[in-house]
Design a protein around this ligand. Structure first.
Ligand code: ADP
Ligand code: MG
Length: 882
């Protein structure tokens, strides 16, 4: 069970890489080198740490009609002339090295015209190490203690990486040791002064988060691409000093040692569609020094080849590839897990591109010119590829990117198509001569920034518990300590054990053989040795037993720890979930609290509003009540008034009814009287008619008696006849002294004190006409005063004759009116007096004062009554209307 558990490898995650949608633009940095000693005009100015400005040099300006041209270019960062190599490394390469250690690929290249500082930036010089040595240093500083033994990782020939078992790795190591004469420990090695002191120790960098439970190995390759051919700069070419002149591909070196030109390599695609140089040497390196030594070896080879083949080094691209293989330690934590699928390989490509200028800087002739064209071609392809990529990404087109048109782009294909981080340092020389080329470089660089590359994803973690390496180390230390305790302080662990064992064996007998026939010594020796052998066997068995026991106990504990760790991991996961839940709930609570606060606030406002409304309501109710009360009061008042009015109306009605009745009765009486008068007239007329026929006939009383006159009528005053009076019959006989007058002067008349006063002798003066006076006289005169239209008082004397009526009464027929005029000095006083006589304030002279009206009216005085309706106007107060 335990053994099984040990060998078992955790399941490999599905081979398909998780899809990644995140992209980052190509990081483009610009480095401006200082002007050379001979250069005078500077046409580049660093404006900010992201922008530079190019000025056209004077000569160029003159050529273009003096037009002054300034252009600005922006980058992720601009490094001025004072930028140190270390600063540049921190910004540009350090993140790429960190990525490399975390299983992510990176590509870093320098671009620019020859002499702009590409090589200075990438490689640097002693004391001023460039990006490459610094990257190597950082890698080894980070993974140093966790490196696998040499040859544990072994590259296959298909760009893959295998894990060798311990024995094979050991055998390979022994083989290497026997072949090389170089001392193993780097401390004793002599470092090439050409690249010594590239990095000072105080500038050492280290990556964070290195997985301690993995084992690492670094492999480097170094290739050169020249004229679209790939050459392996680390290939071991056999030098054959004995061989004479080479007359084929090779050329003789000056010292007659033959130089065999390197064979070009081809590019292949591995099973993961990554491009690689088939058959390229990959050297496993264990330290910065070793790695840089390998690089320098390649560099030297490159230099020799270029010299020998008369090539211009600035026209070649150099590619230094750092591959980092890493695999998890097994469960015991002492060996790399023997599983190819668990090996992760990441790589960082450091590329120093050829000069980007269009023509050769040195005079190019013949084949060199051709080469120059080709070299340009590969940079042109790089440019085209970037353009197409940018167009595809920006416009959503799907144009084919011509990676295959050149080796350089073909090799980088996977960085742009797949995933990784791509960075470019654009090197510029501010000198005037480079201006036009620099413009092209800037345009290319700006365009490159617009290309995006898929961001590499984090690698999945292996299923083993963390901290295996530490535990294993602790165990080894403990074992050593215990053994030392037992054997005392002896050098090394095994000699201690050996000594102990030797001491525990029985001593050997003297083994000096006395002669060829010595039968004693040898058998005794044999016996002793056999005894020893037996003991040894026993001890071995015991040791094995104990070891096995110990091992099983340890494994048990290991698995215990593993399960506990798993449990802890699980619990951690759960805790994380709970934490998340708590966080969510907290957020929810926060949200709710905010909401409740908001609601409280709203409630507050609503409460206030309600209060206001309630107050309003109360006051309105009060008003309503008071109005209702008023209304009630008014209503009851109205009712009271109504009932009062009702009472008054009934009173008035009753009164008026009585009055009406009375008036109707009076009218009826009047009408009956009139009727009677008419009857009487008719009778008189009849009598006249009949009288004319029978002369001197006495009027017949009986005819009158025949008329059924109600007895009441004889007693009533005689009506005034309107017709002509019957003078011959009823004319009063005149006395001897002449006529007698009734002088009627109403008391209302004004004393005018005039000289001319009407004077009638023998007249009976009355204030009001009475029957007694009328019966004694036959003439009647009324002195009537009135105000004329001119304001004067005029006196009228209305005269009439008195007749006896058949009923025994008196009647007056007016016959004449005399008008006496005079000035009225006291009109106002008369008026006042007249008003005095009328207590009601009504004028005494109404319509009845009109004489014509009075003349047409016969006055009949009733016997026994002194007043008749016709005399009302003479000053007696009018009868009040009901
Ligand atoms: P390239 O590789 O682009 O042709 P180099 O790196 O060989 O250019 O640089 C040419 C010269 O300029 C070298 O002598 C180098 O030391 C110098 N140089 C380049 N860049 C710088 C820099 N940033 N600071 C100082 N010297 C530089
Ligand atoms: Mg260079």
């Amino acid at each position: 069970m335990i053994r099984q558990a040990k060998g078992k490898t955790p399941r490999r995650p599905p081979p398909k890489k998780p899809s990644n949608n995140q992209k980052d633009p190509v990081g483009v940095y610009c480095r401006v080198r200082p002007l050379g000693a001979d250069d005078e005009e500077c046409c580049i100015e660093v404006i900010s740490n992201t922008t530079i400005q190019l000025h056209a040099p004077d000569g160029l300006k003159a050529n273009r009609n003096g037009e002054y041209k300034e252009t600005q270019y922006s980058f992720k960062k601009v490094f001025g002339i004072k930028t140190s190599q270390r600063e540049l490394f921190e910004d540009v390469a350090k993140p790429l090295v960190e990525d490399l250690i975390h299983c992510k690929n990176g590509l870093l290249f320098t671009y620019g015209v020859t002499g702009s500082g590409k090589t200075h930036t990438m490689t640097g010089s002693p004391g001023q190490g460039g990006l490459l040595p610094r990257s190597l240093d950082m890698i080894f500083n980070s993974i140093g203690p966790y490196q696998a033994k040499r040859y544990v990782f072994k590259p296959d020939d298909k760009n893959g990486m295998e894990v060798q078992n311990q024995v094979d790795a050991l055998l390979d190591r022994q083989k290497r040791d026997s072949q090389t004469t170089v001392p193993k420990t780097p401390t004793t090695r002599r470092i090439d002064p050409e690249f010594a002191d590239m990095i000072s120790p105080e500038e050492a960098c280290k990556a964070d988060g290195v997985d301690e439970d993995s084992s690492y190995s670094v492999f480097v390759s170094y290739i050169e691409i020249y004229n679209n051919y790939i050459y392996d700069l680390l290939e071991e070419t056999p030098f054959d000093p004995i061989k004479p002149k080479w007359n084929g591909a090779g050329t003789p070196l000056r010292n007659n040692i033959e130089f065999i030109p390197p064979q070009s390599k081809i590019l292949r695609e591995d099973q993961n569609h990554n491009m690689y140089v088939a058959g390229c040497t990959e050297v496993e390196v264990k330290s910065t020094e070793e790695a840089f030594e390998v690089f320098w070896r390649g560099q030297k080879k490159r230099r020799i080849a270029n010299t020998q083949l008369n090539r211009e080094s600035s026209r070649s691209h150099s590619v230094f590839i750092v591959k980092l293989a890493q695999a998890p330690l097994d469960a015991d934590g002492d060996n790399v897990l023997q599983d190819k699928n668990q090996v992760n390989v990441s790589q960082l490509c450091l590329v120093d591109l050829a000069g980007s200028e269009r023509t050769s800087r040195t005079r190019a002739e013949g084949s060199r010119l051709r080469e120059a064209g080709n070299i340009n071609q590969s940079l042109m392809t790089l440019r085209t590829c970037i353009e197409v990529l940018r167009e595809n990404q920006m416009c959503g087109t799907n144009k084919m990117v011509p990676y295959r048109d050149s080796k350089v782009t073909h090799l980088f294909k996977n960085y742009f198509d797949g995933e990784g981080k791509v960075r470019m340092v654009v090197c510029v020389n501010p000198k005037a001569d480079d201006y036009e080329e620099t413009l092209l470089v800037m345009r290319f660089a700006e365009m490159t920034q617009e290309v995006e590359v898929a961001r590499p994803v984090d690698r999945p973690i292996c299923g083993f518990a963390a901290g295996r390496r530490q535990r294993n180390q602790a165990f080894k230390e403990e074992l050593t300590r215990r053994l030392e305790e037992r054997g005392g302080p002896v050098d090394g662990e095994f000699p201690t054990v050996l000594n102990q064992l030797l001491q525990s064996f029985p001593p050997l007998p003297p083994c000096e053989i006395s002669g060829p026939n010595d039968d004693v010594t040898l058998p005794r020796l044999i016996e002793a040795l056999e005894k020893r052998h037996k003991i040894r066997q026993m001890m071995i068995e015991e040791y094995n037993k104990t070891a096995n026991m110990l091992k099983s106990v340890l494994q048990e504990q290991d698995s215990n720890i593993l399960s506990k760790e798993n449990f802890i991991q699980e619990q951690r996961g759960k805790l994380g979930e709970k934490d998340k839940m708590i966080q969510n709930q907290k957020n929810e609570i926060d949200r709710l609290e905010k909401k409740s606060k908001m609601l409280e606030y709203k409630i507050d406002i609503l409460q206030k509003t309600t209060n206001i409304y309630e107050e309003d309501k109360r006051s309105l109710q009060q008003e309503l009540e008071s109005r209702e009360q008023r209304l009630q009061r008014e209503l009851s008042e109205k009712r009271r008034m109504e009932s009062r009015m009702q009472g008054m109306v009934t009173d008035a009605k009753l009164k008026w009814e009585k009055e009406c009745e009375r008036r109707v009765n009076a009218k009826q009486l009047e009408m009956q009287n009139k009727l009677w008068v008419k009857d009487e007239k008719l009778k008189q007329l009849k009598a006249i008619v009949t009288e004319g026929k029978t002369e001197n006939r006495q009027p017949q009383r009986p005819s009158r008696e025949k008329d059924k006159v109600p007895p009441k009528r004889s007693a009533s005053p005689s009506p005034v006849p309107t017709g002509p009076p019957v003078r011959p019959l009823h004319r009063r006989s005149h006395s001897a002294g002449g006529e007698r007058w009734v002088d009627h002067k109403p008391t209302s008349n004004v004393d005018l004190d005039t000289v001319l006063q009407p004077n009638i002798p023998n007249a009976i003066k009355v204030n009001a006409p009475n029957e007694k006076a009328l019966s004694k006289c036959d003439k009647y005169v009324l002195t009537h005063q009135e105000v004329a239209s001119d304001g004067e008082i005029q006196t009228k004397l209305i005269k009439g004759e008195v007749f006896k009526t058949r009923g025994g009464g008196q009647s007056v027929q007016f016959t004449d009116i005399e008008t006496l005029k005079q000035e009225n000095p006291v009109a106002a006083s008369r008026k006042r007096r007249s008003s005095e006589t009328d207590p009601d304030g009504e004028p005494m002279d109404g319509d009845w004062t009109d004489v014509e009206t009075r003349c047409s009216v016969a006055v009949e005085m009733r016997a026994g009554s002194n007043l008749g309706p016709g005399y009302q106007h003479h000053g007696y107060p009018k009868r009040r209307k009901p």
